[in-house]
Design a protein. Sequence first.
Length: 98
Amino acid sequence: MLSPLSAPVRVLEDSWKLVQANCIECHSAQLISRNSSCREVWKRRITWMRQTYELHELETAVEDSILNYLASNYGQKESTRRAGLAAELLPDNPFGAD
């Protein structure tokens, strides 16, 4: 009998294999893992690669699986930029008007 996690893990493995077969040909896994976007942005990137670099047409099910994998594992992150300093903590601007 399969554990409750076996089916999702299997889907994840299958999706990763599709990423390897279709994306790693041109991009390193590190490049993919350093990026983060929502599903729609990942889709626009694939469309752009298709139009700009003649990426081969992906079957709908393959593209959906890749997009789901990328959005789930490399989805849009919260802002990774630190918050700006409060105005009272900023140093004097030597170029500012007096």
